[in-house]
Every structure is written in C-alpha cells, then in structure tokens.
Design a protein around this ligand. Structure first.
Ligand code: THG
Length: 801
C-alpha cells in the first residue's frame, strides 16, 4: 500500500507551511520564478523543507505550485517543465528523509477554460499530466492540488493525475469569506464533485484563517465521507505600520484542533503567513490526539458548479426535467440542427421554476452532430441555471464531450446490462466522476419479470463496483412499459423498484410518462402511476415538471411519505397558488419584444446567437444607439445586479461580457467601423507578490468588455510598470496585491508614477486592499471585485473622454 494511504488510516498527518514568502525572504528576486529556484538555488529550497521537517512536518510539499507549462511560459521556462518538477520532488525527498512523505504540489494554470476562456479541456488535462509524469518519475508519494478556484480546472487536474499515475490525491479549493470560491463554488459542491472523482482527501487551503477553514470543512463534511485537509492562513492579513501582517499566532491556529479532529480532518498544515513555528505548534497540539480513521457512511449526491442535490433513500425523490429532449419536439430538433440553444436555455429555466431539481439533456436527433450538440447544450444550460445535469445518450463519444464540458458530478443516462455498454460507459463514469443510471435490460431485451430485471441490475452493480464506482452512485431504471399493451407490466415495474432496493440496496429511477402511451388523458394515468412508484420507493423520476398533475402527485407523495418535513414544500407551493409567483422567463409561446430579447441574450450569455439578434433588430429599423441603450445595456445592468446578489457567478458574468463584446463590435461596424478598443489598460501584481489569480480575472473581464489589456504578470517592479506605462501609452494602470509588505509596493508604484509625471488613471485591488487604503495612497479608484473594476473603469474613462 502507498505509504501515505497507509499512514492516513493510522494518524493525523502534519503538513508544512508557506513556501513563497520564505523563498522571497531568502533571495527570490522580484519578477523571478519561484519554481526556477529548484534549478538555480536548490539548497535554499532544501533548507526551507528542512526547517519544516525539523518543526515536525510529516509531509513536505514540493516547490512546484506554479510548475505547469502555462505558468512557466511567463518566464520562458516552458521547455523545462520536466526538470523543474523532477528536481522539486528530489529536493523535498532529500529533506524528508526516510520517514517523511513528499507531496507534489499542483496549482492552477492561470488560464480559463472554454467557453469563458480559450483553454480546451483536453489541453488543460495535458498541461497537468505533463507535470504529474515528472512527479511519478521522481518518486513523489502523493499529489496535492492547491488553491483552485475553478472546479472544472480542478476536475481536469484530477483526471490528469489519474490518467498517468495511481498516486493518492489531496484536492483543495480556496474560498472567500462569503463561503464560495471566486468562481462561485460552495464547499458542498466542491466536496461532492471531488469525492465523485475518487480523490483521497478533500479540503481547503489559503483565503481564510483557521476559523473560516473550520466552517468550510464543516460544510464539506455534510456531504462527504472523505478524510479532510485544513491549510489555513495565519489569520487574515491586516495592515500595521504600513506593512501587511498575518496576525495568527501559532496558539490561535491550534485552538480548533479538537473540533478539526472530531470532524475527520486527517491532514493539517498551513498556508500564507505560516512558518516553521506554526507547524511546530500544530505538531505539539496533536500529541496524544492520534486516532485511527473511522470510515463514514457515503450518500448519493450530484453537483453543479454552484449547488448539490441529494438522492437515495434519505432524500426526496429527485425530479429530473425531461423536456430538453428532441422526441416529439420539432422546434428543438430544428435548433439542434442549426446549432442554436434558445430552446435549451428557456426549458432549463422553466423546468427548474416548475420544480425540477435535475435536468436531463438529450441531443440525439437525425442530422445532428451529437457530441458537439451535447457539449454546446451543457454550456448553454450551465450558463443560465445551477442545476446538476443528467446526460442522456447511449453514445460514449457524445457522453464524453458532455462530461468534459460539465462543471460538477453529473448523472450519466445511461448504461445497460449489455456487455458493450458496460465496457464503454462505466469507464467514463469512473474517469469523469459521474453517477450512472443502469437500465434493467441486456442483449436479450427487457426482462418480463421483476426478478429478471433484478438480475440485470445485479450484473450492472458488479461491473460498476469492479472498476471502483460505489453503489451510492448507481440508480437502476426499472423501466416503464406502456400499460396499454399489456396490463401486468405496470406492477412488474413497481415490484422491480422494491426488489432492487431490498436485494441490492440500490436507488431506482423511472421515465414515468411512457406508462400512458396510447391511452386518452395521459396525465391522469401517468400521475397515478408516479404516485404508486413513489410509494414503492422510487428515488428519481424523469418527468415533465410543467405537467401540473405530475407535480401534484410528487408534492403530495413527498408529504405522505414523510419526505417533506412539516409539509413545508407542499404548503409553500399550494398556499401561494392563489397568487402565483412570477417567473422571470419568456412565455413558451410567442416571441419577446426585441429589446427584451437582446437584454436576455446578454443576461444568458448567448454569445452564439447575439450577432444574429442584433442584425434582426437593425433590420426591424432600430438604430444602434437604441439597441445598445435599451436592449444590451439594461441586460448588462441586470447581470451586475444578479452578481451582486449571488444569483449568478463569475463564469456567467464573463460569458455575458463576451456576448456584449460581440454585440458591440457588430454595432460599431454599423456606425462606420470605429476602433473597437475602449481604452488601454496596464495590469500588474506588484513586486513581492506572487498571487495573481484575482488580477487575471480582472484582465479577462476587461478584455471581454472591449479594453486592450497589457498584462505584466505578477511580482512586477515599480520601474518596469513605469516604463511600460510610458511606452505603451495606456489610459489606466491597475495594480493588485494580496499579502505581506506588498501594499507598500503599491504605494511606491503610485508615487513613482506621480513623480515621473505620468498622467494615467490608477486602479487598485486585492484581498488586503480597502477603499480607505486606496484613498490614502491616492489611487483614482478601488474595486472590491472584477465586475466592480470594470464598472468603475467604464465610468472613469467614459467621463474623461
Ligand atoms: N429512462 C431513462 N431515460 C429516458 C427515458 C427512460 N430518457 C428519455 C425518456 N425516457 C424520458 N424523456 C422523455 C422526453 C420526452 C417525452 C417523454 C419522455 C415526451 N415527448 C412528447 C412526445 O413524444 O410526444 C412530446 C410532448 C411534449 O412536448 O412535451 O413525451 O424511460 N433512463
């Protein structure tokens, strides 16, 4: 057994603390690449490792956080990925000695995945795989994935690790004090997605002090059975006498240890601001608290980027909206062939408003490139709603495209008991961390009896478990056959639900409405069958949630089965029914006025459809100014509002901005092809600071809003900012800083710009920067987040031109 996995069972392991700050203290020059020190100053890196080992760390984390090709390219080091990562492991190994463990560190690439950014999923996987191959060659004990903000990028990193190694994986995301990552993922959604992928340990690093980290881990524990890892900062940075200080003392950091141990935290280390002294205190605080790992029960969950949905016997029946399916829907079939997504986006919103919690997505129709269509559909749905997805296809190629495009843990619909299906579909579920629907049929067709279907279910379960898919992630479709053909069939399906649950302990699902095919007044029969299936123990149902009778049966059934506590959902729905809550979506029939269509396209991020829509508006006789002021801009304003109230998150904002950009360039063409740049902005993370994720997001969003961005990267000296600002004739300079001593650099840079008489607007931001501080150093504007940065820059530059 891998030594890390073995020791994790027996003891709570101590991880080391911060690396970046110590490297700076010991000679990392401004603008220098931390990971390059593995090659040109290995003794310095080794010394830091030794200090942590001496302090009592069981696990040393390699100096390879930014060792991926994308990051190293900023320093012209992309050809040295292998060397840098190998030596990172070798240096840590020398310091770890016989009993120490070496965790190879992976951090984000700094790039954004399609459709928000330009990195392809496969490309991202390969960037990480290149790093992992070097770790394997150098003999790392495990991989630690740190500081991820984008759950989909983290998925790519995990998939990369697992495709080239069987090393244990610890996966961490960074949350802010609002309890979500910058890209909108809460701890529960992260935990569900990561556990689905089969990592060994999940948790959080950076961003928060130990109290905040504890709160995050508590949330993760609600949905996950995995061992946890805590890597808090030494408190939240504060400004004292012009210097940033991480105020957390070693004692404060250990105050939570009893609770952490209780929660099932098995690895404890530190992030920014922690030192060997902190690690020593953690080590000492753990004396006498060592306990063996206790296995926790697992339960069934699905996730999206922003939410989780439970399934299985403890949860209410999960309503899966069936309407994103071309069967019998001419309009949707036509859109699939034309590559449009308006139907999908509308149905996604309306089905959720009607009470679905999961969305089935089916793109299989004649004349449609199904893999491409499924990818596009996943992007379209995740652009407008936060529900987990059910990917409905029997084509493994299409499923894989959809699985790559999804953010969370999806439900694959479906695998069957046929050998060919088991062989192709189950490995996809394992690789992409998905749950599966298993159809109770095989090469011989659908078994007549419940016992026959149970036998197929048993075969699917065995095949799934043999490749590491746990039973909580399997739902058996007991199959609905039309009752009009043979009346005994309905009861066989219901008996199968009971048998599968009792004999195998598996959850069940049905596509319910097929029961009534060929009979009049279908909703009555379907809804009654649905109620009976709920009583038999059905865990999930693929239905039309806009069918009132079906939802009536569902809501009543949940009360009667004791799954709607105090009948809250029932009362909430039916007590309101006299005054139905308005749903802010289009009516299914009849098009919206063109201004609203434009606004909706911006809100929904319909970057594919927007240009056509603008052209239609022009053809209708609207002038460019009206289109912009009465259509597009109100849309963007609504995006800002929704972002501000946590209803949408950065990825959606970025898509909306890109859509806006496309609309604007089309309008500019109309007005005589003026330059499309709204201004030139120089961006940099100041000297001494190597945290650039926030700055990167601001850059992307500014570009999407039509600005030309010159990104100088991180750890940039004031002199360089000065010379580039002059040479590039920029309109504004944006500076970010996250940590120790770097606020001073921000001030020095602004002073230098002023002293040199360079007339540019200045904008500052970053975790430790406040409006007050921005004012005190004479910055023209302060922005708390990327969207605010864009809004304020818009105002500033518009009023000055
Ligand atoms: N089991 C599993 N997956 C499934 C099914 C199942 N996926 C597909 C299907 N069955 C469930 N989805 C649908 C989708 C549409 C319709 C029925 C089931 C449907 N369409 C109408 C028609 O065909 O006439 C169109 C009516 C409308 O506009 O809504 O009924 O059993 N695992």
């Amino acid at each position: 057994m891998n030594p890390f996995r073995q020791r994790l069972q027996q003891q709570i392991l101590v991880l080391d603390g911060a690396m970046g700050t110590l490297l700076q203290e010991r000679g990392l020059p401004p603008g220098g690449c931390p990971e390059e020190m593995n090659l040109n100053a290995p003794a310095v890196v080794e010394d830091i490792h030794r200090d942590y080992a001496k302090a009592g760390a069981d696990i040393l984390v390699t100096n390879t956080f930014g060792g991926n090709r994308a990051k190293l390219a900023h320093y012209g080091l992309e050809a040295r990925v292998d060397e840098i990562n190998r030596s990172g492991v070798e240096i840590a190994r020398r310091a770890a000695g016989e009993n120490g463990l070496v965790a190879a560190s992976i951090g984000p690439t700094g790039r954004f995945l399609e459709p928000v950014g330009d990195a392809g999923f496969d490309e991202m996987v390969e960037i990480f795989a290149e790093q992992v191959r070097a770790f394997v060659a150098a003999g790392a004990d495990l991989v630690t994935l740190e500081t991820f903000l984008d759950i989909r990028e983290l998925r790519a990193a995990i998939i990369a690790c697992q495709s080239v190694s069987d090393l244990p994986i610890m996966a961490m995301m960074t949350f802010d004090d609002g309890g979500r990552t910058v890209l909108g993922t809460p701890p529960e959604a992260a935990a569900v997605t990561l556990e689905g992928l089969g990592v060994d340990v999940i948790g959080t690093n950076c961003g928060l002090g130990i109290d905040g980290v504890y709160a995050i881990l508590e949330q993760m524990r609600k949905v996950s059975s995995l061992p946890l890892i805590a890597q808090a900062n030494a408190g939240l940075p504060i400004l004292r006498d012009g210097e940033t200080i991480f105020p957390g003392t070693p004692e404060e950091m250990t105050a939570y240890h009893d609770r952490l141990v209780e929660l099932g935290v098995r690895v404890i280390g530190g992030c920014c601001g922690t030192t060997p002294a902190h690690i020593q205190a953690i080590r000492e605080a753990l004396e006498g608290r060592q306990t063996a790992w206790q296995i926790r029960p697992r339960s069934g969950w699905l996730s999206s980027r922003t939410s989780v949905v439970p399934f299985g016997s403890a949860a209410p029946c999960a309503v899966i909206g069936e309407r994103i399916n071309p069967t019998g829907k001419k309009a949707y079939s036509a859109e699939l062939r034309e590559g449009k997504t308006a139907y999908i986006r509308r149905e996604a919103q309306e089905q959720l408003a009607a009470g679905a919690v999961l969305l089935d997505v089916n793109c299989g129709a004649p004349g449609v490139d199904e893999p491409l269509a499924l990818e596009r559909a996943v992007y379209a749905v995740t652009g407008v709603v936060g529900a987990p997805l059910v990917l409905d296809s029997s084509d493994p190629i299409a499923l894989e495209r959809g699985l790559k495009a999804a953010d969370g843990k999806v439900l694959i619909n479906s695998v069957s008991g046929e050998e060919k299906s088991l062989k192709t579909i189950l490995p996809l579920a394992r690789r992409y961390g998905a749950a599966i629907i298993g159809l109770a049929l095989d090469e011989t067709g659908i078994p007549e009896t419940a016992e026959g279907r149970l036998a197929v279910a048993r075969k699917i379960l065995a095949a799934a478990q043999s490749i590491g898919i746990p039973k909580e992630d399997i739902l058996i479709d007991c199959l609905t056959l039309t009752v009009s053909a043979e009346q005994k069939r309905a009861m066989e399906s219901l008996r199968a639900i009971e048998l599968v649950r009792r004999e195998l302990g598996l959850g069940t699902v049905l596509g319910v409405s097929n029961i009534s095919f060929g009979l009049p007044c279908r909703p009555v029969l379907s809804a009654t069958f649905f109620a009976m299936a709920l009583a038999a123990g059905l865990d999930a149902a693929i239905i039309n949630p806009k069918d009132e009778k079906m939802m009536d049966a569902f809501r009543a059934g949940m009360v009667l089965l004791g799954k709607d506590l105090r009948a809250e959902a029932y009362i909430g729905h039916y007590a309101d029914i006299a005054t139905p809550t308005t749903v802010a979506t289009a009516p299914s029939d009849g098009p919206l006025p063109v201004r609203e269509q434009l606004a909706n396209a911006i809100i929904e991020g319909d970057s594919e459809g927007i240009v056509t829509m603008v052209e239609e508006a022009l053809a209708e006789g609207l002038d460019p100014l009206t289109i912009s002021n009465e259509g597009l801009l109100p849309g963007l304003e609504e995006v800002g509002k929704r972002f501000g109230s946590n209803r949408i998150f950065l990825p959606q904002v970025m898509l909306s901005a890109e859509t806006m950009q496309k609309a604007f360039s089309r309008l500019k063409q109309e007005m005589g092809g003026a330059s499309t740049s709204r201004g030139r902005i120089l961006m940099a993370t100041v000297e001494g600071d190597i945290h650039d994720i926030g700055k990167n997001i601001v850059c992307t969003l500014l570009e999407n809003h039509g600005y030309e961005v010159i990104d100088l990267g991180k750890n940039v000296a004031a002199s360089r900012i000065l010379s580039e600002a002059t040479a590039q004739q920029v309109d504004a300079v944006g500076l970010s800083a996250l940590m120790t001593t770097t606020l001073q650099q921000m001030q020095m840079t602004l002073d230098a710009l002023r002293d040199a008489g360079i007339k540019v607007f200045t904008m500052v931001g970053g975790a430790v920067v406040t409006q007050e501080y921005a004012d005190s150093i004479g910055a023209d504007l302060y922005a708390a987040d990327a969207l605010e940065a864009v809004e304020k820059i818009n105002k500033l530059l518009t009023s000055s031109h």
